[in-house]
Each structure stands twice: as structure tokens, then as C-alpha cells.
Design a binder for this molecule. Structure first.
Ligand code: FMN
Length: 139
């Protein structure tokens, strides 16, 4: 049961509605708790940036579901690695809203003040999630 961490980004579907994000977080927390998967999800009404941690089997299964979800597209894996311990063990799926994705935090971890994870390395994206986690209530 090797621990792994996967980081990916994606773009919301054209017909994405505000209720979709609530539904995604609800199902993510329910499923992730059941399968001991933890992580963080950033969303700015344009892009998603998500980190999933857990057993290799469960992270791969959930990522497979995510890849086939019509609520987003252009899904790009930024990083995937075996890890020795989790960084988000207190969050079944912590949610980082657009209001937290400020110009200073984007500038610290990317080339521009805008949130655009397609222009970030996997390591920068992960470091940004680490920097933001303190402000996210554990759930
Ligand atoms: C951006 C995004 C993030 C998601 N994150 C998760 C997640 O962390 N865990 C999860 O189980 N499903 C997640 N989902 C939902 C899955 O794509 C899929 O709908 C769900 O796993 C199906 O669960 P079910 O088979 O129990 O209905 C996410 C979907 C999107 C669009």
C-alpha cells in the first residue's frame, strides 16, 4: 500500500454551474473519507488545481473517475510521486476558494499574478497548496 501524491489541473466545462462545485466537494469528501484519500482543491471559476494523497490504488481509481468527469476538460497531470507521509492528512478534500488565490500568492509560485496552473511546475503547484493549507478548515 504505497502512499502516493498526484497533482493535476483542469478547465471547467462550458456549462459548469455554481452548484457543480458544491456537488463536487460533497462527493469528493464522502468518497475520499471512505477510501482514506486526502487532499486540496483550488478553484477560481475557470481552472481547478487538485492534489490527491493516499494509497496508490485509491489515488489511481479516483483519478480515473476524475478523468472521465464531464464537468471539466483539458486535464493535465502536473506531478505524481511516491511519498513517505501525507501533507494534507487533516483534509478529506480541503477547499481553497478564488478569494485565497491572491496576486501575491500567485506571483510567489508562478510567473504571473494570475492563477493559471497550466503555467506552473508540479513542484510550484504543490508548494502553493502547502502555503495555502493553513487557512483551510480541516474537514
Ligand atoms: C475537479 C473535480 C474534482 C473531483 N475530486 C474528487 C475527489 O477528490 N474524490 C472523488 O471521489 N471524486 C472527485 N470528483 C468526482 C469524480 O469525478 C466522480 O464524479 C466521483 O468520484 C464519482 O463517484 P461515485 O462513483 O461514488 O458516484 C471530482 C470531480 C471534479 C470535476
Amino acid at each position: 500500500m504505497f502512499l502516493t501524491r498526484l497533482v493535476y489541473t483542469s478547465t471547467i466545462a462550458d456549462n459548469f454551474s455554481p452548484q457543480d462545485i458544491e456537488a463536487i466537494i460533497e462527493i469528493a469528501r464522502k468518497n475520499n473519507r471512505k477510501h482514506n484519500v486526502t487532499g486540496m482543491l483550488c478553484f477560481n471559476r475557470k481552472y481547478f488545481l487538485q492534489c490527491l494523497e493516499g494509497s496508490r490504488t485509491q489515488v489511481n481509481k479516483i483519478y480515473y473517475n476524475i478523468l472521465n468527469d464531464p464537468r471539466h476538460s483539458n486535464i493535465i497531470m502536473l506531478d505524481y510521486k511516491e511519498i513517505t507521509s501525507r501533507e494534507f492528512s487533516e483534509w478529506s478534500m480541503g477547499y481553497i476558494p478564488e478569494s485565497s488565490l491572491t496576486a501575491p500568492i500567485n506571483l510567489k509560485f508562478s510567473g504571473t499574478p494570475e492563477f493559471d496552473p497550466y503555467k506552473m511546475s508540479g513542484e510550484s503547484a504543490f508548494q502553493m497548496l502547502l502555503a495555502l493549507r493553513e487557512s483551510v478548515p480541516s474537514l
